[in-house]
Design a protein around this ligand. Structure first.
Ligand code: PLP
Length: 397
């Protein structure tokens, strides 16, 4: 309506292609089309039974009231034990803040640390919320390229060259979305060296660190000389197939944890109480559920990568983590955005243009292979047929 205006900061907020392509593909489904969904990054598995039951039992027991803003203490204690075992991080509960999903931790971190004009280094291609939130807080986005030739890891010399007196924060995401690339332990050690004794924070998004197929991950939060400069974010969404439960946490110095708790008080009050009880069961219960999902994802990765490499115009690296393939389609003769559209419209396979993850993603597609083997083979076949048709058309002209 005339005269009514939004706050200017909203102009800096960006969306996510995953959600817009999902809306488009749902429209096609409503028109009766059969669509295979490779666009959204969420496990297709049900949340494991013991975790579902713990959530239901918590509701039945009346755990339906507000929880402490920082997180329910027995849950923070369980997280503390868990991160010691899986990330080698020493984190007492006062260093832990529980949030509704890992994404809140991205929001809270940027809101808590970045002043207008501060530079924030982030991976490109990278998870879209990073750049969006840097801009939203008035920070200056400083991308560092993740290139295929370097297994989609940071070029650490480039990273070092981008650090200036204005650098406030460096964002890491390993294993990474959208590429599946993984930083090696020596990469992490070098990054820790780069920030040691400087007023620079690191935000380490470790949401995929249990979904790794080769090599090992190292958390920068485990390095004691920099641990007060590091915010580690993790979530139950991917490892425990709990996307809709909205459960995550951050680990940081206790002073910052108090500030983040204030953010929580002003934003969510707390994370749902019964969800946190389900989280305790996830961490304390049998971990073979995580391992079984990882093994299944690995089978799918191998099938997807092999299948994509046999399709004309596609070449795909086998990256070591997460559940994404990031094929290079530069030799297809199409812009990646156009190709993603054609594949959706003509073959009924919903996937994402790599350019939606940053400039360096141009010429790539992101495929979330959190889908059944049957769907994977069917989708690969549809894309193969389409590319044969498209190549025939261009050579016929
Ligand atoms: C790299 C990365 N970080 C954070 C998130 C947020 O996940 P959630 O809020 O469900 O924990 C996602 C989700 O796709 C992601 O890929």
């Amino acid at each position: 309506m005339k005269g009514l205006q939004f706050a200017q900061r909203l102009n800096n907020l960006e969306g996510e292609a995953a959600f817009s392509v999902l809306a488009k593909s749902k429209e096609l489904e409503a028109q009766g089309r059969n669509i295979i969904h490779f666009e959204v990054g969420e496990p297709d598995f049900q949340t494991p039974k013991n975790i579902r039951e713990a959530g239901i039992a918590a509701i039945e027991k009346g755990m339906t009231f507000y929880a402490p803003a920082q997180g329910y203490m027995p849950f923070r204690e369980a997280i503390s034990r868990h991160v010691k075992k899986y990330k080698n991080i020493d984190a007492t509960p006062d260093r832990i803040v529980v949030t509704p999903g890992g994404k809140s931790m991205i929001f809270f971190t940027l809101m808590s640390l970045v002043n207008p004009g501060d530079e924030v280094i982030y991976p490109d291609p990278g998870y879209p919320a990073y750049r969006s939130m840097i801009k939203f807080t008035g920070g200056i986005p400083v991308p560092v390229a993740l290139v295929e030739e370097n297994n989609f890891r940071f070029d650490l010399d480039e990273l070092e060259s981008k650090i200036t007196s204005k650098t406030k924060l460096i964002i890491l995401n390993s294993p990474g979305n959208p590429t599946g690339g993984v930083l090696t332990p020596s990469d992490i050690d070098r990054i820790a060296n780069l920030i040691e004794k400087k007023s620079i924070y690191v935000f380490s998004d470790e949401i995929y660190d249990r979904i790794i197929y080769e090599g090992i991950t190292k958390s920068i939060g485990s390095i004691s000389s920099v641990k007060d400069q590091v915010i580690v974010a993790d979530s139950f969404s991917k490892s425990y197939a709990m996307t809709g439960w909205r459960l995550g946490y951050g680990i940081m110095n206790s002073e910052l944890a108090q500030k983040m708790t204030l953010m929580q008080i002003n934003c969510n009050s707390c994370t749902a109480t019964f969800t946190q009880l389900a989280g305790i069961e996830a961490l304390n219960g049998p971990q073979d559920v995580v391992e079984n999902m990882r093994l299944e994802f690995m089978k799918r990765r191998d099938a997807v990568v092999e299948g994509l490499n046999s399709i004309r115009g596609f070449s795909c690296m086998k990256t070591a983590g997460a559940f994404y393939a990031f094929p290079n389609v530069k030799s297809s003769g199409f812009e990646s955005g156009d190709l993603a559209d054609i594949i959706l419209q003509e073959s009924g396979v919903a996937l994402l243009d790599g350019a939606g993850f940053g400039d360096q993603g141009k010429g790539y597609l992101r495929i979330s292979y959190a889908s059944s083997m049957e769907n994977i083979y069917e989708a690969l076949n549809r894309i193969d047929m389409l590319m044969i048709r498209l190549f025939k058309k261009t050579t016929a002209v």
